[in-house]
Design a protein around this ligand. Structure first.
Ligand code: 5RP
Length: 247
């Protein structure tokens, strides 16, 4: 296949990526600054949450934070936590979570989210919704006027119920597509053993809370990626100004 990428295009992309990574790291540092010794911390997934896990580990290893236990939303966050020296416990071993950090694929100005790009939204929602304070870390590209503008709604579905669920999603105005695994000839299977359907809504999502409930009412649906009424604050990294805005 013909490649037409020029050298300058590559270096420009690299620079953009580096700037993005640096602003995500600054964001993670600022967010983890809210953690106090003795807290139970919820760990989300994705590249931004991973930086927060790394930063949390750094503060623990430097002795600046003591007696921290964490609960991770999936294998990725639990493995990373251990790698960076953050002690994890089972979600069922804690009565509450003091603070949770998570990423998002889209955020609107009412602090509603679209999650599930990494197929981990079900347990992320459990952790986010049981935290006293749920902090979302996002770069400015994630902020949208209306959810669903740039990303479909991920829906985790019990595999034996896939066909009836797809039909019901269509009746809600959605265009569902089963998510398939890269380099594998088959569907993505979540940590919980289910399939993921990405549903776009060509007429837009006017009422995220209502759609979140309607999708979850479909028998066979485990959880969908809309998160409404849960988030305490959203920290948005503003690249050009090297700044963080809190919504
Ligand atoms: C995974 C998620 C992630 O939080 C979301 O995809 C954001 O990831 P990133 O910080 O890498 O952009 O919902 O299911």
């Amino acid at each position: 296949k013909g490649f037409s990428l020029s050298i300058s295009a590559v270096s420009q992309n690299d620079t953009t990526q580096e700037v993005q990574d640096a602003s995500k790291r600054a964001l993670a540092k600022k967010a983890v600054g809210l953690v106090k010794s003795g807290m139970v911390v919820g760990l989300g997934t994705g590249s931004t949450s991973s930086l927060a896990i790394e930063e949390l580990g750094r503060l623990i290893n430097q002795g600046k934070l003591k007696d921290i236990v964490a609960v991770g939303a999936n294998y990725q966050s639990r493995v990373l936590a251990r790698q960076f020296g953050v002690k994890t416990v089972d979600l069922n071993d804690v009565n509450n979570i003091d603070i949770a950090f998570d990423g998002a694929d889209e955020v609107d100005f009412n602090k509603n989210l679209l999650k599930g790009g990494g197929a981990a939204h079900t347990m992320q929602k459990v952790i986010d919704s049981m935290s006293k304070e749920c902090i979302i870390l996002a770069d400015q590209s994630k902020v949208v006027l209306q959810l669903g503008s740039t990303f479909p709604v991920p829906v985790e579905v019990l595999p034996p119920a896939i066909s009836p669920v797809l039909r019901r999603l269509v009746t809600l105005g959605g265009v569902p597509e089963i998510r398939s695994a890269l380099r594998k000839d088959g569907p993505v299977i979540t940590d919980l053993g289910n399939m993921v359907v990405d549903v776009s809504f060509p007429n837009g999502i006017q009422n995220p809370a209502e759609l979140e409930k309607s999708i979850n009412m479909i028998p066979g649906v485990v959880e969908n990626g809309i998160v409404s009424g849960v988030v305490s604050s959203v920290m948005v990294a503003i690249q050009d100004r090297d700044d963080v805005i809190v919504m």
